[in-house]
Design a protein around this ligand. Structure first.
Ligand code: GAL
Ligand code: ZN
Length: 713
């Protein structure tokens, strides 16, 4: 059966599910065979907690879900204490009954393994499993995600309960897949600094570097008499009177990511063996730098993502974190990161905000239309399915204020009908649309080594990797061209442009990849702080930008953190336009045979180059030495992107997003209005409105928070 035929069968089987027919063994076989991992059923569901719901309500819930068009639930990821009330005593009877009821209503089940929330008997008996935070404080049990990823007891007990679940439910009708754990590293400090992690780190270093001499040399431990004569002496970066060795600190971030991934992989290997016909994934939020998403998802079937735009809105509200104009691109960036964690493969939204979101404080109710819009935004950026978090709203526990599809009194939430409409519409788009790759002609380098090294030594306290990524991503997405997030270690020839804000760490492999990309005709646009460090966090001993000096055609005269001093940039040639302020950082460039497109206006470096463009091979390398405000950055990047041949799919106003997915000669163009005002989008070509199933062209109207899906081919 080829992919297309499979999808048709898959679609038909799911349709049978919705009409209330049981999800029979034969459907499971057809949908979830080894080959089917690539071609999943439609997944439009909800996160459900039978463990937190009186049993007499399960039937009513399942019937209501079926009536709502829910295809699947994700359950049990926090139910360890119920499944193993005492060490070694397992009780899955309640879960079997819950699964039986859901399955009888045609609802498929994704099971969560429960390691994110260990029961109290475990932390009481084995207090050594508790995480130690970055201040050396041992976390208290009583919440979740308070455990150490290295500790063998915790890992063993986690694997044991997961194995018991897998053995119990490997061939239970209705069960289709697994979520391992829940949001690795998303606890208060994100990393553990306990004695087990220290020993694990030492072991990891031994495997990586083989000898202490190498470590001493690469980290420069001669500084402050840090020379190690025994692996056991190597510490973790806990407070120690002064900042840690940057090479050690960078490797520790790598180790913690590795420890979590290897913990996940233990459960994965077991599940592959026990449940060969089930898909396996784990959920996360994209914009965290405590775990490398590419490593995490490498051996899983697809990436899964938890999307809570309300959180961003809350932090934007008090101006402390993400500025509000960055909100839409920030949400989009999260989606693109998850898509790119598996090199473009469609991902599942395992949890999507369905109402007011929060714990002690909570976000406003999304505006009418906004939940549907956010769901479409996920699909527009590569999602293949959506689960709304959560079905009901609990009356107890730390997330009493996390509003689900039902209210506290179990009546419908304000957006209930909107979510049902979204299910109906997205299902009607069909599997071809939901599995189609996203088009992207621009790559944005997103590399955790730079993120980690820069948070260890920001240079200027306001310089944050993620903020730079967000403002560059926002500026680039303003052209409406598709963007892939790449580590710049693999061939980039399918892209026209590679952007690299604060690529502070450049490895030899990355330098080579970038060199080949530009030689072959690509446009490379780098920001300040390019190539300062190698992958061991040593500063290069050549003039900056180090390994990329010849590609960029510049050497740095100086690099300057900016505080209260005034600096500005004046533009010339193709960039001609109003002068712009420069805050936070200025790399002062000395052009070789390079075109100068902007110069600094103030102080000792007035008149020196701030932006240059170099022809190299068949391509071009642009150095943006000055930190620019988002609007100026947008103008400047827009000019470079246009000259690199990046054409907008449609010209739109701020607040409107356009993306395109395509497969088999067919395209789906998503128009998303994130604003509270109606908008019009002019787009070339004749399309079919995929939702209304009618022809459409020219000036296309979008309601406030409205969505259109245009089909061609
Ligand atoms: C997610 C998490 C859920 C729930 C939700 C609301 O990040 O996976 O378990 O906590 O947020 O806080
Ligand atoms: Zn630990």
């Amino acid at each position: 059966m080829n992919r297309r035929e499979f999808l048709l069968v898959g679609g038909a089987s799911l349709a049978a599910l919705h009409s209330g027919r049981a999800f029979s063994q034969s459907h499971r076989g057809a949908l979830l065979s080894e080959a089917a991992r690539e071609d999943l059923p439609l997944l439009f569901g909800t996160d459900y907690y039978p463990d937190q719901t009186p049993e007499h309500l399960w039937e009513e819930d399942a019937a209501a879900m079926a009536a709502a068009g829910v295809t699947n639930v994700r359950i049990a990821e926090f139910a360890w204490a119920l499944m193993e009330p005492e060490e070694g005593h397992f009780d899955f009877r309640w879960l079997e009954r819950a699964i039986g009821i859901l399955h009888a209503h045609g609802i498929a089940i994704i099971l969560g393994t429960p390691s994110a929330a260990p029961p109290n008997w475990l932390s009481q008996k084995y207090p050594e499993v508790l995480e130690v935070n970055d201040q050396g404080v041992t976390l208290s049990p009583g919440s979740r995600r308070f455990t150490c990823p290295t500790n063998k007891t915790y890992r063993h007990l986690s694997l044991t309960i997961a194995t018991q679940m897998a053995q119990k439910f490997a061939s239970t009708p209705g069960v289709i897949g697994w979520q391992i754990d829940n949001e690795f590293t998303l606890g208060s400090s994100g990393r553990c600094y306990c004695k087990y992690c220290r020993a694990g780190f030492q072991e990891w270093l031994r495997a990586k570097y083989k000898s202490l001499d190498t470590i001493n040399q690469l980290w420069g431990t001669v500084f402050w008499s840090n020379t190690y004569t025994d692996f056991d002496q190597i510490p973790v970066p806990l407070p120690s009177g002064a900042p840690p060795n940057p090479g050690l600190a960078l490797d520790y971030d790598r180790y913690q990511s590795y420890a979590n991934v290897s913990f996940m992989e233990e459960q994965l290997a077991m599940l592959r063996k026990q449940c060969p016909s089930h898909f396996i994934t784990t959920n996360n939020v994209g914009l965290v730098d405590t775990i490398d998403m590419r490593d995490l998802y490498r051996n899983l079937d697809f990436a899964a993502y938890d999307n809570y735009p309300g959180f961003f809105a809350m932090s934007a509200g008090d101006g402390t974190d993400i500025p509000s104009q960055a909100l839409v691109p920030t949400i989009a960036l999260g989606h693109d990161l998850m898509r790119c964690a598996r090199d473009g493969k469609p991902f599942l939204v395992m949890e999507e905000q369905s109402g007011k979101a929060g714990q002690p404080v909570f976000s406003p109710q999304p505006e009418p239309g906004q939940i549907r819009l956010w769901s479409y935004q996920a699909v527009a950026h590569g999602a293949m399915g959506i689960n709304y978090f959560r079905w009901d709203t609990t009356n107890f526990g730390a997330e009493e204020y996390w509003h689900g599809m039902l209210r506290h009194d179990r009546s419908h939430s304000p957006a209930f009908d909107e979510m049902l409409q979204t299910f109906r519409e997205l299902k009607s788009l069909g599997p071809d649309a939901l599995h189609a790759p996203c088009e992207a002609s621009i790559a944005l380098c997103y590399d955790l080594a730079s993120s980690w090294a820069l948070s260890i030594q920001p240079g200027q306290p306001k310089l944050r990797y993620l903020n730079e990524i967000i403002s560059w991503y926002g500026a680039v997405r303003a052209t409406q061209a598709g963007v892939d997030l790449v580590p710049a270690t693999q061939d980039l020839s399918r892209y026209k442009v590679l952007c690299a804000p604060v690529m502070y760490v450049v490895s030899a492999q990355q330098a080579e990849t970038i060199r080949r990309f530009v030689e072959g005709g690509g446009v490379f646009i780098a920001g300040f702080r390019l190539g300062v460090k190698d992958e061991h966090s040593r500063i290069v001993d050549t003039p900056l930008p180090g390994l990329l000096r010849d590609v960029m055609g510049v050497e740095l005269l100086d690099d300057q953190p900016l505080y209260s001093e005034k600096q500005g940039v004046s533009f010339t040639g193709p960039l001609t336009g109003p002068a712009a302020p420069c805050h936070i950082w200025a790399d002062i460039l000395e052009p070789q045979k390079t075109e100068v497109l902007a110069t600094y206006t103030e102080g000792a470096y007035a008149g020196k180059a701030a932006i240059t463009a170099n022809s190299f091979g068949k391509g071009k390398a642009v150095y943006l030495g000055a930190h620019l405000e988002p609007a100026d950055l947008g103008r400047v990047l827009g000019i470079f992107l246009a000259s690199a041949g990046i054409k907008p799919i449609a010209a739109v106003k701020t607040g409107v997003e356009v993306t395109r997915r395509s497969a088999g000669g067919r395209t789906w163009t998503y128009l998303l209005n994130h604003s509270s005002a109606p908008q019009t989008v002019s787009i070339e070509g004749v399309y079919r409105d995929a939702l209304k199933r009618s022809p459409i062209s020219g000036a296309i109207g979008l309601e406030p928070y409205g969505v259109r899906v245009l089909m061609q081919g």
